[in-house]
Design a protein. Structure first.
Length: 289
């Protein structure tokens, strides 16, 4: 079955979907986006994604292209038309199309809206629990990474550097030696007392929807969460480390640069949180009857 994309009011074959070369998303990375997990045809943590999109638009002085209800309708339609049961839906809103000029005037611009969806099999329990290697990279991003913009070049460079070293992700490190987050996920460690530690929300990290969900699941499972910055050195000597994102779930980290974390296998706290997260999404897939 060929893929279908939504572009500015029309559902078109994916390979025919187009926006203008004068679209400010193309010229200035002047756009925001959301990636939402789909399980059993339903979007997971949709409220959080929609609230974050609304915030991203507000923070960048971009008008809401249509009501959030209408955007959700488009996302659902794109999921259905691509027959996605398990996978992800991608929504991008750009400020609009105008002759290239740094200065924008929202009154003269019609935001462009693009939505795609694709199937991605959910990992089996065995796959999900595989530990991964990460490398450290300097965090060279701008000062508002709390906004989910498509301006992802530093993230792409860091993740590619990781891939070239056979690593899954990059821990981004600020000028003071503290880990901010990863190139496409939030970073966590487990301290010697079994508490999970992650950097507090600020303009230096993306407020991950999975981060938020995992904090709730930790609390439900009696695991203490401490929101404070941690250094790369502390991460390397942590009992456990993991990362979270919509597409990575809770991913155990068993190596940072050349250092093995813990005993080199996913630790108990990480496994508990991963199990809780998988249960959470499975319950949505097969609601109790
Ligand atoms: C830089 C960055 N941090 C964190 C995340 C995790 O966010 P979420 O859990 O909402 O997917 C992402 C996801 O794309 C990201 O790009």
């Amino acid at each position: 079955m060929s893929r279908v994309a939504y572009v500015n009011g029309r559902y078109v074959p994916h390979n025919k979907a187009q926006v203008s070369i004068d679209d400010r998303g193309h010229v200035f990375a002047d756009g925001v986006y959301e990636v939402t997990l789909v399980v059993g045809g339903r979007m997971i943590d949709l409220e959080g994604h929609v609230a974050r999109l609304e915030r991203s638009l507000r923070e960048l002085d971009m008008p809401q292209p249509m009501s959030s209800r209408a955007l959700i309708h488009i996302m659902n339609q794109t999921i259905k038309r691509n027959r996605v049961k398990d996978g992800m839906v991608y929504l991008q809103v750009n400020r609009g199309t105008a002759p290239r000029n740094h200065v924008y005037d929202n009154d003269d611009l019609q935001p462009s809206v693009v939505c795609t969806a694709k199937s991605v099999p959910l990992p089996s329990d065995a796959d999900a629990v595989d530990g991964v290697k990460v490398i450290s990279q300097p965090d060279i991003r701008w000062g508002r990474v709390d906004i989910k913009t498509v301006s992802l070049l530093p993230n792409a460079l860091a993740k590619t550097a990781a891939a070239k070293e056979g690593a899954y992700e990059a821990f981004l490190v600020d000028d003071d030696g503290y880990v901010t987050e990863c190139s496409a996920s939030n970073a966590w460690i487990v301290d010697k007392d079994g508490r999970v530690v992650t950097r507090p929300l600020s303009n230096e990290i993306l407020p991950g929807i999975t981060r938020d969900r995992v904090i709730k699941l930790a609390e439900e499972n009696g695991i203490e969460v401490v929101e404070r910055p941690f250094t790369l050195a502390e991460a390397k000597s942590a009992r456990e480390a993991f990362l979270t994102s919509t597409t990575s779930f809770v991913k155990p980290v068993t190596q940072i640069d050349d250092v093995t974390i813990g005993n080199g296998h996913p630790g108990t706290v990480t496994r508990t949180l991963l199990g809780a997260y998988l249960n959470f999404i499975r319950e949505i897939r097969q609601p109790a009857t």
